[in-house]
Ligand binder design. Structure first.
Ligand SMILES: *Cc1c(COP(=O)(O)O)cnc(C)c1O
Length: 422
């Protein structure tokens, strides 16, 4: 179930005028769809007092998008200095921002505490001694390792670089409290593009159990439990979407049960990126070359600089030809970019309607981890981003990169360190 019919219908009248005004390639995002998903998320968790989503900025780090998130009442999950700057530029302050870095540098600690601060989410117990100042509110990212809750198997966290190990977690909070912290959060992130909501329920159960364990050991209670991001979207047409309302009901019941046993329950928070914006973006490119060798290759005017996921992960992105969405797929082709890198392919051996030069090709589900992951290898520039407003207007929200941008780092003061000993 890629790009929704509603998005297709909203985009159809705007597409050719947008191509004429701005040119291809571009990512275009659907404000109405993003807001609808935001409302659905809030509805699903409306039974949980204090629920808040912190949009994972890395998924779609554009100020126009971030201000929509803030309007919906969402905060921001940041993990770099640049993401902190973007979140603040959109108006996020203090409790609006969760700073979830790993392998954290001194500069990042300073940036996290500056400009109204943020919720500091520490990735390791050793970082307690590197935090310049212990904030009042502190959170740790938990890595359960090989531990399991119930029957659930949640990823392979023992191999991951993230988080505080189980045998360290009580000590981490004890030391934070001894250094002056008085408010506490607990975080984990175990899933990626997960379509089975039960993983998220098990993650919530695991964090509630752990919060109880830490409370029994130290007498501290938690303000929030953050179950991370990783909610999946169906990139493949035959996959079913995640059952958000079942997830909300089941997690709501777990929190209610915790509260009835312990007299207090933390707020639930999460930091989804992909789920919020992923399906609400498409990459629009023009077919510019058709090449018949051992296979048929359809060459687009976009490449991996606009979308890394197919080349990097072999990820499936649905493809349609504008105006011929329902035409029969009578050809099997590779859809390629122009990089001198053979994995620069948006699709491999994909059945599609015949594509001729000049056709507009839509690559679906590029609203998250699309533009933001693009790179400049081969001097290929990243495309512009457009926003289809609820009014039907199409707004440029990022211009395309230019050669001046690309060569900007070659503008510098010459500087040579003489050979040592001279
Ligand atoms: C990437 C990331 C997310 C968002 O992941 P999605 O798959 O987009 O939901 C959330 N939290 C952290 C810490 C991340 O690194």
């Amino acid at each position: 179930m890629p790009m929704s019919n509603a998005f297709q219908e909203r985009l159809a009248p705007a597409l050719e005028p947008a191509v004429r005004r701005f040119g291809t390639p571009f990512h275009i995002y659907d404000e109405a769809g993003i807001r609808e998903t935001g409302r659905a998320l809030k509805d699903a968790f409306s039974g949980l007092p204090g629920f808040r989503e912190y949009f994972a900025v890395k998924a779609l780090p554009n100020p126009a998008i971030l201000s929509i998130m803030l309007q919906m009442g969402f905060g921001f999950d940041c993990s770099s200095v640049a993401e902190l700057a973007l979140a603040r530029r959109a108006g996020g302050r203090g409790m609006d921002i969760m700073f979830t870095s790993n392998n954290t540098s001194p500069e990042e600690f300073v940036a996290a505490a500056a400009d109204g601060g943020s919720i500091l989410n520490l990735d390791d117990i050793s970082l307690l001694d590197k935090t310049p100042e212990m904030p009042e509110l502190i959170c740790f990212r938990y890595n359960p390792g090989d531990r399991r809750t119930g029957n659930a198997i949640i990823g392979a966290p023992a191999e991951a670089k993230y988080g505080v190990a189980h045998h360290q977690i009580v000590d981490a909070y004890r030391r934070a409290r001894d250094r002056g912290a008085s408010r506490f959060g607990l975080h984990t992130m175990l899933a990626s593009n997960e379509l089975d909501y039960r993983y998220m329920v098990e993650t919530a159960r695991m964090l509630l159990d752990l919060a109880g364990e830490i409370r029994d050991a130290l007498g501290i209670s938690f303000e929030f439990l953050n179950i991370g991001g990783g909610l999946g979207i169906p990139y493949l047409p035959d996959k079913k979407p995640l059952d958000l309302s079942a997830m909300g009901r089941k997690i709501g019941a777990l929190f209610a049960d915790f509260k009835s046993r312990r007299g207090h329950a933390p707020a639930l928070t999460m930091e989804s990126g992909r789920y919020i914006t992923g399906p609400h973006g498409v990459l629009v490119a023009t077919a510019i070359n058709r090449k018949e060798i051992y296979r048929t290759h359809v060459g687009l005017d976009a490449c991996m600089s606009a979308l890394m996921r197919p080349g990097m992960y072999g990820a499936y992105h649905h493809i349609t030809v504008f105006g011929r969405e329902n035409a029969p797929a009578t050809e099997v082709v590779d859809v390629v970019g122009a990089l001198c890198e053979n994995n620069d392919k948006f699709a491999i051996q994909r059945p599609l309607p015949p594509i001729a030069d000049g056709d507009r090709v839509l690559i679906h589900d590029t609203g998250a981890h699309g533009h933001s992951m693009g790179f400049n290898y081969n001097g290929r520039l990243r495309p512009r981003e457009l926003l289809l407003r609820e009014s039907g207007a199409v707004e440029l929200i990022r211009r395309a990169e230019t050669l001046e941008d690309h060569f900007a780092t070659l503008n510098y003061q010459p500087d040579v360190l003489a050979p040592a000993g001279h």
